[in-house]
Design a protein around this ligand. Structure first.
Ligand code: GLC
Ligand code: CA
Length: 571
């Protein structure tokens, strides 16, 4: 197993998006000293793992997910000395730092790409993926994640290069052993510094299918199936979990991961349960866990993009999450998440951001943390931060959002107001507004002008308030994290979904030996009667945690109030 450390399975992780976490010098951009200054917040919560989104040198076409130099720190974020101080501060507090490893692609400003694009016989040319034009145009119909073709023409060589994301993020050619060696070297560099592992960006996209053929450069490439109007078609499924993916990952494990005590999570778009099992199998796999996306798709129209909204139908969410619970039980390991820097705010999406904001945020926390796997809390989730609904596209910074708006409104002639509705529901900037530390100006995030506006609810929703209020969302998370340490059933128990078809109740049990937890969550604004005959008898059960006062539970033994969550220990 890559991670040998005893009990990381009972740890909870916290994701920091550095640009939006805390600004120490008033330039409006979150930075590393800002993180160091707030480590007590994480410690108070009980966090033992931090996933830090990229802090490497980058031209910031995609906020650091386009790396120019893997061994230096982005100037806006600080220096390597600042980094070392932050790492030391984390280690002192028993927190492991998971770096973001973005190696499916680099920035087009990386020295390798600068060399590679200069001529066909440059030694770095084969670090990237090139194709001649086909009939004078792009070699395939693949659409990049941030709109437009996944191929961009390079004048100097007369070829197209592949980029599954923006044209400033060319995909690396993992078939080239030198590329793999470069990646392993940079991993050693960070691990030797004392980082505790990696979150691996879109890692299941590194093996491109056609390249396994002997004369790869000649082979013609498959087009993606047509699912939308026009030439370009979504192409992620063409490149995920490719034929050499597992062998690359096992090589990485042998060359790097096995030599350190580290924790790994691979971001794996389109991953199936079978693929996740293969990746996380303790004997033959390579990583500890993956971020899968299935439950992030329940509120969009099947087969369409994330922007094609569909109201959430709770049974879909339950079916998906429980399939992953049972599918990986005893096989691999789940990560658990409601949100991250690419997703809208959890309470706005799955809970109620209005009158039941606090209660529904606690319900979401309870529902997720009682499942098997490692929970990842995204900064501000522990405060119940909500989506923004800015009316104008110019108020948004995210490349994905801005490009989508452009294509939808200008090319596809969609109504701007409808497009803004999608952005309000799904745009990534919802998660990227500055962390709300206090009711001071700019939420205490900066003394200057923040790079992205602060949500205007910060006087009410902020960390200072939350830490002082025993009944806050923050303290509920803290309790859940502490319970995980005391109750092995939360870590290892098996999972059984109850009432699978119920439209408002999410109910399940976790069982380990004689201990059984019953989790009951009401995902609705109305109270719900409990169908007692279809639930285990909990009349004698002990209350473990809930989001309404435990003393009041016996007053309503067979109903749950709006957005109420309860966990019982069955006798
Ligand atoms: C991942 C990151 C996302 C980024 C993309 C390209 O999905 O989480 O933020 O835009 O990869 O690196
Ligand atoms: Ca700063």
């Amino acid at each position: 197993m890559p991670s040998t450390s005893s009990d990381w399975r009972s740890s909870v992780a916290y994701q920091i998006y550095p640009r939006s976490f805390a600004d120490s010098n008033g330039d409006g951009i979150g930075d590393i000293p800002g993180i160091t200054a707030h480590l007590d917040h994480l410690q108070a919560l009980g966090i033992e793992i931090v996933w830090l989104s990229p802090v490497y040198d980058s031209p910031n076409d995609d906020n650091g997910y386009d790396i120019r130099d893997y061994r230096s720190i982005m100037k806006e974020f600080g220096t390597m000395a600042d980094f070392d101080a932050m790492l030391a501060g984390m280690r002192q507090r028993g927190i492991r730092l998971m770096m973001d490893l973005v190696v499916n692609h680099t920035s087009d400003e990386h020295a390798w790409f600068q060399q590679a694009r200069s001529s066909r016989d440059n030694p770095y040319h084969d670090y990237y993926i090139w194709r001649d034009p086909v009939e004078g145009r792009e070699p395939t119909n693949w659409e990049a994640a941030f709109n437009g073709s996944a191929w961009t023409f390079n004048e100097a060589t007369g070829e197209y290069y592949l980029h599954m994301f923006s044209k400033k993020q060319p995909d690396l050619n993992w078939e080239n052993p030198k590329v793999r060696q470069e990646v392993y070297d940079l991993m050693h560099f960070w691990l030797k510094k004392g980082v505790g592992g990696f979150r691996m960006d879109v890692i299941n996209m590194i093996s491109k299918p056609w390249q396994t053929t002997a004369n790869a450069t000649q082979a013609s490439l498959p087009d993606a199936p047509k699912v939308q109007e026009g030439f370009l078609q979504p192409a992620f499924e063409m490149v995920t979990h490719g034929p050499r993916f597992m062998s690359f990952m096992r090589e990485m494990r042998r060359e790097v991961l096995d030599h350190y005590d580290c924790i790994t999570v691979g971001e794996a778009p389109c991953a199936t349960i079978a693929q996740a099992q293969e990746i996380t199998d303790p004997q033959t796999g390579a990583l500890n866990m993956v971020f899968q996306f299935e439950h992030m798709e329940v509120d969009s129209q099947p087969g369409k993009s994330k922007w094609d909204l569909k109201p959430l139908h709770l049974p879909d969410l339950k079916t998906s999450l429980s399939r992953w619970q049972t599918g990986l039980h005893g096989q691999g390991w789940n990560s658990l998440y409601w949100c991250n820097h690419d997703q809208p705010r959890a309470v706005s999406r799955f809970g109620d951001e209005g009158p039941y904001r606090v209660r529904s945020a606690k319900l979401l926390a309870t529902c997720l943390h009682m499942m098997q796997g490692t929970p990842f809390i995204y900064q501000g989730e522990e405060l119940g931060m909500t989506n923004v609904k800015w009316p104008h596209i110019d108020q948004y910074q995210d490349i994905e959002t801005r490009n989508m708006f452009q294509v939808a409104v200008v090319q596809k002639k969609q109504h701007p107001e409808r497009v803004m509705q999608s952005i309000h529901a799904k745009g990534r900037d919802n998660a990227r507004t500055p962390m709300q530390w206090s009711s001071a100006p700019q939420a205490g995030f900066t003394t200057g002008q923040p790079w992205l506006a602060v949500h205007d609810n910060y006087t009410e929703v902020n960390a200072a308030q939350a830490r002082d209020d025993d009944h806050s969302i923050f303290h509920h998370y803290r309790q859940l994290i502490a319970l995980r340490k005391k109750w092995p059933v939360m870590v290892s128990g098996n999972f059984e979904l109850l009432l699978p078809k119920h439209a408002s109740l999410f109910a399940y049990t976790r069982r380990l030996g004689d201990v059984c937890l019953l989790v009951l969550c009401n995902f609705s604004n109305q109270f719900q009667g409990l169908p007692l005959k279809q639930l285990p008898d909990f009349s004698q059960a002990q209350a473990l945690i809930g989001n309404l006062p435990v003393e009041e539970w016996p007053l309503a033994p067979d109903t749950l109030a709006a957005w109420e969550a309860r966990v019982y220990v069955l006798a």
